[in-house]
Design a protein around this ligand. Sequence first.
Ligand code: AMP
Length: 388
Amino acid sequence: MAAGPILPGATLGVLGSGQLGRMFTIAARRLGYRVHIYSPDSDTPAGQVGDVEFVAPYEDLDRVREFARGVRVVTFEFETVPSATSRACAEIVPVRPDGEVLHVTQHRLREKSFLEQRGFPVTPFRCIQSLADLEAAASDLGLPAVLKTASFGYDGKGQRKLRSAAELPEAFAGLNGAEGIYEAFVDFSREVSVVAARTLDGRFAAFPVFENLHTNHILDVTVAPAAIAPELERQAAELARGILESLQVVGLLTVEMFVTRDGRLLVNELAPRTHNSGHLTIDGCVTSQFEQQLRAVCGLPLGSTELRRPTAMCNLLGDVWFNAGGQPDWPAVLADPLVKLHLYGKAEPRRGRKMGHLTATGATVDEAIARVRTARCRLERRSPVSPL
Ligand code: AMP
């Protein structure tokens, strides 16, 4: 393990090459680091801005070791890398967060069991390996419920809502032999997230609570500050602190939570990395989530997480290109001087594909939301749904 902090000028490694890796790399370069990217793809969002793009399968452990030998620390932007890949890196350099955090958070059942055993609040859940398990879960925990695949699901992929017992056989068949998790349906009033960082010597910093609005299970708009009471905000940060400490996270981890209608917090999901909801930190906070990840994995002091102004972020999916009938109207979006445009360098727009995002600040959250929504409509050459 490296003794002191990893200082500017050093080379850092990132497993995964999407937009989270890109924005991490930009933050790292601003502080004078070099960044090597490893993923199976070429000309990637992160590879375009990194110093070296290693293009090889995650399973090619010789290449993985060669990559690890060239860097001082490995972090990741994508948690579904095989455990063997992070282990091969860890033989050579620190991996932050480490393989154990990755192992827990890449599997919904392991993650929820971990949280429940340590007393963190989660919705009741059951492991599903047979139709009998599913029927038993429905009778014990009731309906409606959500059935998810235990591994490799994100943005609502591999999950469905169950409303009646008649749907169970078809829902079980839909798992296609994969292990499932049955979750009691949470009647929530809001979805929020806490992005937090922890250093090797236990220093901790959480960003303000972000409030997330979804469309078709994909994050659409995030705002800060969230419309929740200061006491709940404090509880959310403490919950995150407890989770990062239990997992001994060195680096950054995001806790997605529900606020129930009766005002309690339940943890939905953990992501051992930066998060889509944290994109607003780039333009809204003193330190961005990417710089914070860098500081945490390099053993540097953490930056201020203070929100400078009410901020809203909206995703730009490939749908924007289709709705615009081709190239979106970029000058029109920049006509609002308080809107910031971020694009990820992805050549091909596809429906549902995250191509970029917009951030706006405002005197109030409502003003910031109106600005990003209006700007996105302008991109699509549509008149705004809600006027500024
Ligand atoms: P996930 O992939 O677990 O983040 O779920 C995607 C979205 O589905 C969440 O953001 C919620 O809107 C919804 N969802 C997931 N789990 C539940 C649940 N147990 N009860 C109600 N809604 C849920």
